[in-house]
Design a protein around this ligand. Structure first.
Ligand SMILES: Nc1ncnc2c1ncn2[C@@H]1O[C@H](COP(=O)(O)OP(=O)(O)OP(=O)(O)O)[C@@H](O)[C@H]1O
Ligand SMILES: [Mg+2]
Length: 243
């Protein structure tokens, strides 16, 4: 069974999303060594989603390019507050009262840095663009994840999402086959959760430092639907370390 996708026919999961409140501080890492795969878009939209839900959110930008920090600077004072940590410049220090910290990894994260970031997270999300070049790069990256994973002694849970998906794009089939196949040597899969559409709603929201969840209801509604499987997984124990 594939995830519901733009232009596809699989049933869309529109069940209710539980907020993260009540959990201890949660660290969610967004990573993929390939540039432009949608990491910052996923990280900032997740941050906006949880903030709008009333959670205390910190966005930690590990990229010296500072795109997440740029996004936050556009955010008006009317929007739900999100804390900023320029983690490329200094240590990751967050207030104790933080509910969720989102870590935005830079392109080219390999080796020791990859292991270091994975150690900080309970959950990791890998966005992959459905293009032949991106799929080949992701094949190498998943190879690296499999090598690094035994060096990381926490039980970080890793999932994948397709990103910047054009309606009906043919390479999406290849991406689905590839992502459905990914697993760790232990046999545990990286669940492939959803297709995030290429959409101007992300650009319109980002202009104002907002997530698509903070746009007026008439804008970006379909794009929000495609987030539901990811948001539900993040709210379930399956995305949390065991024990
Ligand atoms: N779903 C989407 N719809 C439309 N545009 C998107 C979407 N996702 C990402 N983009 C655009 O694609 C470009 C790359 O996305 P983004 O910055 O999120 O990727 P990244 O993986 O963080 O890149 P980098 O590796 O440089 O940090 C940006 O201009 C972003 O606005
Ligand atoms: Mg980025």
């Amino acid at each position: 069974m594939g995830a519901a996708r733009p232009g596809g026919r699989a049933a869309m999961d529109t069940g209710q999303i539980k907020p993260l409140r009540g959990l201890a501080m949660r660290a969610i890492l967004v990573l993929n060594a390939k540039g432009g795969s949608g990491k910052t878009t996923v990280a900032t939209n997740l941050a906006g989603y949880y903030a709008a839900e009333g959670a205390k959110v910190v966005l930690a930008d590990y990229d010296p390019q500072g795109s997440s920090m740029d996004w936050l600077r556009q955010r008006g004072t009317n929007a739900a507050k999100i804390g900023a940590v320029d983690a490329a410049a200094g240590a990751l220090r967050v207030p104790r009262s933080t509910d969720v910290v989102i870590l935005d990894a830079p392109a080219g994260t390999h080796g020791d840095i990859l292991a270091t970031l994975l150690r900080k997270a309970h959950t990791a999300i890998v966005p992959v663009v459905p293009s032949p070049v991106d799929i080949r790069a992701a094949q190498r990256f998943f190879g690296e994840l499999r090598e690094v994973r035994p060096l990381v002694d926490n039980d970080v849970k890793i999932c994948t999402v397709a990103s910047r998906v054009r309606d009906g794009a043919r390479t999406s089939d290849d991406l689905e086959d590839f992502l459905m196949d990914q697993k760790l040597p232990s046999g545990r899969r990286f669940p492939f959760l959803t297709w995030l559409r290429q959409s101007t709603a992300y650009l319109k929201a980002a202009e104002k430092g907002l997530s698509i969840f903070e746009l007026p209801p008439s804008q970006g509604a379909v794009d929000r639907e495609y987030w539901v499987p990811l948001l539900k997984w993040l709210a379930s124990p399956r995305s949390l370390p065991e024990g």
